[in-house]
Design a protein around this ligand. Structure first.
Ligand SMILES: Cc1cc2nc3c(=O)[nH]c(=O)nc-3n(C[C@H](O)[C@H](O)[C@H](O)COP(=O)(O)OP(=O)(O)OC[C@H]3O[C@@H](n4cnc5c(N)ncnc54)[C@H](O)[C@@H]3O)c2cc1C
Length: 439
């Protein structure tokens, strides 16, 4: 294949995987990234010694292509398995364990009716059978569940108590989604690959190891924000960017746009109507997290709250200090979707700690004495929201992108699955489209 000059906008996991695959195919690839390091929503951050994640904290083991990628970049030995990851769910009427990977122990959740327990068992068997025809890297592999909300789907398939006591707290606590706002496509494509598997992974040395390994050997220009991209009928694409306040211009035969989907359309004044319409429908939820550094050791704890017991928090974590890793003891207070709305409405995204203070003091009464520092983390675009009907739009958009040769390709988790593995699959898919179209 004759090497094309390809510029990739965005060094998140999707952009880095696309860049890697295109470089391997012999193209001349350059990645432009607005942030100061590659990784986007994956990476380690530190503010005044407070350590936290840019986004993802867990890697799911169910994606075979992603596992092969980890092998290829030498990260498999760095995977630390976390078995039976569970949290204590706190509801208005008690506390119970809730598992992130659903399994037989989930049947012990208190408050479920006998019918619901029976349905849960049958559902598990059906889920196992659905493994063959669903892809955990692709919500559009479960289009039959795309037009129903997750809340309605669970209520109907499993029962109201399963929704309130298991599904809702986990989705609010991990994804920051309310089950009435998303379709069942994410759940229906991922759950078959979770049932009966009890292991997720973290990375030794932190999640930043993943983008660092993917970026090794690639040309990645950080601190380079792309402003606009011209795609004239004749001649190269012209990519206008700003690098530390200075304008820079790159030319390329092809462009891969790997930014968050809601930012993509603004970069292309010449974008066709169909693409523009699709991109206008890409939505993200936001998230706020308050990190508290403590001056004394703390016992481990991890709680999700049911809606009636949540107040401004969906997740609460006490993270003990660890001398070996240099991790200081910390508290982690993740806002509920309602508190996120409240923070936006009241323009308090940089004062989240004020919003949650009363609740945190109830959970940790000696906060004023023990806390040595606070960091408010605001993530304006946490996850693409796969609302009802969205996965079908994704499938149509991808089919158009795969059908004919074009100058501009798009990738990102919003075109596959709102997980690291989905972002990687989308980057690989864009590279494969280019391989087919331009060979
Ligand atoms: C808080 C949180 C928790 C999560 N937890 C998990 C988890 O436990 N497990 C899991 O699998 N997934 C998790 N995810 C999801 C996962 O992190 C994402 O699905 C994935 O990282 C998205 O990758 P991406 O490449 O599609 O997008 P991004 O990582 O958003 O990459 C887009 C890149 O484009 C850059 N960019 C944007 N505009 C421009 C521009 N104009 N010029 C140049 N560069 C630009 C951005 O700076 C960014 O680096 C979580 C996400 C968040 C935020």
């Amino acid at each position: 294949m004759s090497g094309q000059r390809i510029v990739i906008i965005g060094a998140g996991i999707a952009g880095l995987v696309a860049a890697r695959r295109l470089g391997q195919a012999g193209h001349d690839v350059r990645v432009l990234e607005a942030g100061n390091i590659p990784g986007g929503r994956v990476g380690d951050r530190q503010v005044r010694g407070i350590q936290f994640n840019a986004g993802a904290r867990l890697l799911y083991a169910f994606s075979r292509p992603f596992n092969r990628l980890l092998d290829e970049i030498g990260l498999t030995p760095a995977l630390i398995p976390v078995r039976r990851l569970s949290a204590e769910c706190v509801g208005g009427d008690g506390r119970w364990p809730v598992e992130l990977m659903p399994g037989i122990r989930s049947l012990l959740t208190p408050g479920l009716s006998l019918t619901e327990r029976m349905r849960f068992l049958t559902f598990g068997l059906h889920a196992l059978a659905a493994r063959a025809h669903t892809d955990p890297d692709d919500a559009a592999s479960a289009l039959a569940q795309d037009n129903v909300t997750l809340a309605a789907y669970i209520r109907q398939a499993l029962g109201p108590a399963v929704l309130a006591r298991m599904i809702e707290p986990v989705f609010r606590g991990t994804r920051s989604w309310n089950t009435e706002d998303v379709s069942a496509a994410f759940f229906a494509s991922v759950t078959p690959h979770m049932v009966g598997r009890d292991t997720v992974h973290v990375l030794a040395g932190g999640m930043g190891k993943l983008p660092a390994a993917l970026a090794a050997g690639l040309t990645v220009d950080c601190n380079t924000r792309v402003v606009t991209i011209e795609t004239p009928d004749m001649g190269p694409c012209r990519i206008h960017a700003e690098q530390q306040g200075e304008p820079v211009l790159h030319e390329a035969d092809l462009v891969v746009c790997a930014t968050e989907g809601s930012l993509a359309a603004a970069l292309f004044p010449d974008l066709g109507n169909e693409d523009r319409r699709f991109l206008a429908g890409v939505r993200y939820n936001a998230l706020g997290i308050v990190h508290y550094q403590l001056g004394c050791q703390v016992a481990p704890a991890m709680n999700f709250f049911t809606r009636d017991a949540s107040g401004p928090l969906a997740t609460w974590q006490q993270v003990p200090g660890n001398d070996a890793t240099g991790q200081a003891p910390q508290l982690y207070a993740q806002l509920s979707p309602e508190a996120v709305e409240d923070a936006l409405r009241r323009d308090m995204t940089d004062r989240l700690d004020e919003l949650v203070k009363e609740r945190v003091l109830a959970l940790y009464p000696t906060l004023e004495r023990d806390c040595v520092d606070i960091h408010n983390q605001w993530i304006a675009r946490k996850l693409p929201v796969f609302y009802p009907g969205y996965a079908s739009n994704v499938a149509r958009f991808r089919d158009r992108q795969s059908a004919v040769r074009r100058r501009v390709y798009f990738c990102g988790d919003y075109l596959a699955q709102s997980l690291v593995t989905g972002a990687a699959a989308s980057g690989a898919r864009a590279a494969a489209d280019i391989g087919r179209h331009w060979s």
